[in-house]
Design a protein around this ligand. Structure first.
Ligand SMILES: Cc1cc2nc3c(=O)[nH]c(=O)nc-3n(C[C@H](O)[C@H](O)[C@H](O)COP(=O)(O)OP(=O)(O)OC[C@H]3O[C@@H](n4cnc5c(N)ncnc54)[C@H](O)[C@@H]3O)c2cc1C
Length: 338
């Protein structure tokens, strides 16, 4: 069994937390298999990244280096990954499930005549046979599976192992020569929203979920979307929480209704949305329906605020349910946070 861990460097030449978590999971697998593993790096200047994990116990450090491989681009990333896998004669390949790797991994598996599995949440081995854990049917069923096809390429989800921490040093990196493939796309720069406009924050401790109730008529017969917007944005600014939403609330915009303008389908949590992992979650003005709460599966401590004592949260979906007016509660919470 020849295991290869692949990572790409970030813009500043370092390895991201997701890469260090995947590295730690790969080390656990190699230990369970009792076989050595190698590291393959892709980037503009891979030396500092290799040095930062010099003490990880890898048998070999391989790298495809150069400005052509600095940016995420299918043609160059797939070619570099293929070259590294061939150089290492890898039978098992692990990568962090970044958008960059998720895009190329199935194509790389095809080029190598292997198979790829994505969304891997656990790695194990028994009697020299590796196995992976993976969730199905939107996180309702967990399967442990193995494959006989090699190479087997695995995209490891974030958070499945603590990020590798160990001694930096001087890694002996073997350069894998590769003529960059012909490309048609050129990266001219990045445009990113200001940090405060970015409401999806995977590293936040708290997930704050907004539901359609924020835009519904309130006790005085009035709709209070502007007040809701202020309360929600103030809470996000003060708490640095990540913003989630129910499907109903993000759909309302498409139906021409008054909606919170900073919400998009990217914020949607649930069966047809995301299943984020945060230590705590607070749902406000959502009903707690099953397809929505399935997205809460990996939230550590779940709390909800709803006016409806018969909502889904009351039937065991939340650890704590406050039967209260979310406008009043969040105004008080914000006042306490200032
Ligand atoms: C196949 C399928 C897949 C789906 N996938 C998803 C999914 O991925 N994600 C998702 O979210 N939904 C999904 N849905 C829809 C889901 O079932 C619910 O219909 C939807 O999430 C409900 O949205 P809501 O809770 O925001 O709104 P509502 O059902 O309208 O509930 C609003 C709640 O706000 C409360 N409220 C109103 N004012 C206040 C106030 N001042 N203070 C406190 N509470 C207040 C009300 O009492 C009510 O309980 C799916 C549905 C189907 C059929």
């Amino acid at each position: 069994m020849s295991t290869l861990f692949l990572a790409h460097t970030e813009a500043d030449g370092t390895l991201a937390k997701a890469a260090l978590e995947a590295l730690a999971a790969t080390i656990q697998l190699a230990t369970a298999l009792g076989t050595p593993f190698s590291v393959g790096l892709i980037g503009d200047n891979t030396g500092p990244a290799a040095d930062s994990i010099a003490g990880c116990g890898a048998a070999r450090f391989l790298a495809v280096t150069g400005t052509d491989f600095a940016q995420a681009r299918y043609a160059t990333d797939a070619a570099a990954a293929e070259a590294l896998c061939r150089a290492a004669a890898a039978t098992l390949v692990s990568v962090p499930a970044t958008s960059r790797w998720n895009r190329v991994l199935p194509g790389v598996a095809h080029r190598l005549g292997g198979r790829a599995d994505t969304h891997v949440t656990g790695l194990d081995a028994a009697n020299g046979i590796p196995s992976i854990s993976r969730w199905f049917y939107r996180q309702r069923m967990e399967a442990v599976l193995t494959r006989s096809t090699r190479p087997w390429l695995l995209a490891l989800e974030g958070g499945i192992a603590p990020a590798w921490q160990g001694a930096a040093g001087s890694a002996a990196v073997e350069a894998v020569a590769l003529t960059p493939p012909a490309t048609r796309s050129h990266v001219v720069g990045f445009e990113a929203p200001a940090a405060d406009q970015q409401t999806i924050r995977p590293d936040a401790e708290v997930l704050f979920v907004t539901g359609a109730g924020w835009t519904k008529k309130q006790a005085d017969g009035q709709v209070k979307v502007a007040a809701a917007e202020t309360l929600i944005l103030d809470f996000l600014r003060l708490s640095r929480a990540s913003l989630g939403s129910t499907k109903s609330l993000v759909d309302l915009g498409g139906e021409g209704q008054d909606i919170l303008p900073f919400l998009s389908h990217l914020n949607q949590v649930g069966q047809t949305g995301s299943t984020p992992r945060h230590a705590k979650g607070l749902a406000t003005c959502c009903h707690g329906e099953e397809p929505h709460t399935v997205g809460w599966r990996f939230i550590g401590e779940r709390r909800a605020i709803s006016l409806d004592a018969n909502c889904g949260w009351a039937r065991g979906k939340a650890d704590v349910l406050y039967i209260a007016d979310a406008f009043a509660v969040m105004a008080k919470v914000n006042a306490l946070l200032v």
